[in-house]
Design a protein around this ligand. Structure first.
Ligand code: 1CP
Length: 340
């Protein structure tokens, strides 16, 4: 029988609401920080024994209903031949930002067995060892393109939007290549045993609905169309996406990840009952006292209502300052509260 998490993704009824946390395998865990003293993040991602150990760290500790593969959205991009590193404070840094047709055409198509052999290896290890389903993931083309074009993390995405508007042909070619890389990576993850796949379009909320529809949606949709035949639930997440939610649903995933800015009842009203929802406790709330965490969690649960197809999560990733014991207490609280 399917796990509680997969059943909820499929909008089946479950005996309690399943829980996992975006970035649950990250820097708020002391064991992970200790490992990072001797290993770079890309090293960990490419070493199956280490990536599998980090993936499992939060599972027992937090009591969550799903694991998410320890990897990074930039791993397939590096495999396309892009020289990049990950700066512990800032995130991805691209040695030579990509802004021209020639640079886009130099990006190599990925063949997972040749270019990402460690992915199938770590996923196979995890699928054999885990007691909960494993979520595979990739970055959506817009979010990946923004790192490549800006050269790293950005707030305003000026270069990204300039390329998108001034040279749509180059833009769409870049987006096509990044979508292909995401498809190759997710096929490898699901082929090796991942039970669900999440596409992270973390920064797409910077686009207006019209821009999203023209410049990003067709490429994200192509990822979901390519994966739908694999038979695992597909999840689509972004932040600041209040204005984009309906369009993101239309891209074709089974589950829409809702960020903290949109109340769950509003998301449900706008998206209807034909899609499962995931989210959306504000991760900053976890830095407040327990009473506040409980109040905010109960609010999310109540707004989600009794409609089948809800997965409790945060509205974005766990902050590094979060106390793991608070997350554990939160998991137990959601399980108990929704089992009533
Ligand atoms: O649970 C986990 O932490 C799983 C592993 C994971 C995931 C799901 C990592 C490891 N990265 C990601 C996805 C990822 N990477 C996203 C999408 C999710 C999200 O929006 O939070 C994004 C945007 C990135 C890019 C990235 N990599 C950033 C964000 C930078 C920015 O623009 O603000 C950062 C800080 C990284 C580095 C990174 N990747 C992962 C970790 C644990 C870290 C932290 C740094 C470190 O340990 O050195």
């Amino acid at each position: 029988m399917d796990s509680t998490f997969v059943q909820a993704c499929r909008r089946g009824s479950t005996s309690y609401t399943p829980v996992w946390y975006m970035r649950q395998a990250g820097r708020y865990l002391p064991e992970y920080r200790a490992l990072r003293e001797s290993h770079g993040i890309l090293d960990i991602c490419r070493t199956p024994e280490l990536a599998s150990w980090v993936t499992m760290l939060p599972v027992r500790r937090l009591g969550v209903d799903a694991a998410i593969l320890f990897s990074d959205i930039m791993i397939p991009v590096a495999a396309m031949g892009v020289d990049l590193c990950i700066d512990p404070g800032k995130g991805p840094v691209i040695a030579e930002p990509i802004r021209s047709r020639v640079e886009v055409e130099r990006l190599r198509p990925i063949e997972a067995s040749r270019d990402l052999p460690f992915i199938a290896e770590v996923v196979e290890m995890l699928a054999a060892d885990l007691e909960v389903p494993l979520i595979g993931f990739c970055g959506a083309p817009f979010t990946l393109a923004s790192y490549l074009i800006e050269g790293g993390a950005s707030r305003r995405f000026d270069h990204t939007k300039a390329l998108m508007r001034d040279d749509p042909e180059t833009w769409h070619e870049l987006m096509r290549r990044l979508a292909d890389a995401g498809i190759a990576s997710l096929r490898a993850q699901v082929g090796a045993g991942a039970s669900a796949a999440q596409v992270f379009d973390s920064w797409v909320g910077t686009l207006s609905p019209a821009e999203y529809e023209e410049h990003a949606l067709p490429h994200s949709r192509r990822i979901f169309e390519a994966l739908v035949g694999l038979g695992v639930p597909l999840i689509h997440f972004g932040t600041q996406t209040g204005e984009l939610l309906e369009l993101m649903r239309d891209a074709g995933a089974d589950v829409v990840g809702v960020a903290s800015g949109t109340p769950m009842d509003e998301a449900r009203r706008r998206l209807g009952s034909g899609v499962a929802l995931q989210g959306n406790l504000d991760p900053a709330v976890l830095l407040a006292g327990w009473d506040e965490v409980e109040r905010a969690a109960r609010d999310v649960i109540e707004r989600a209502g009794a409609v089948p197809g809800f997965i409790f999560n945060l509205g974005h990733g766990v902050r590094p300052e979060t106390d793991p014991d608070v997350l554990r207490r939160l998991t137990d609280f959601v399980h108990e509260e929704t089992a009533k």
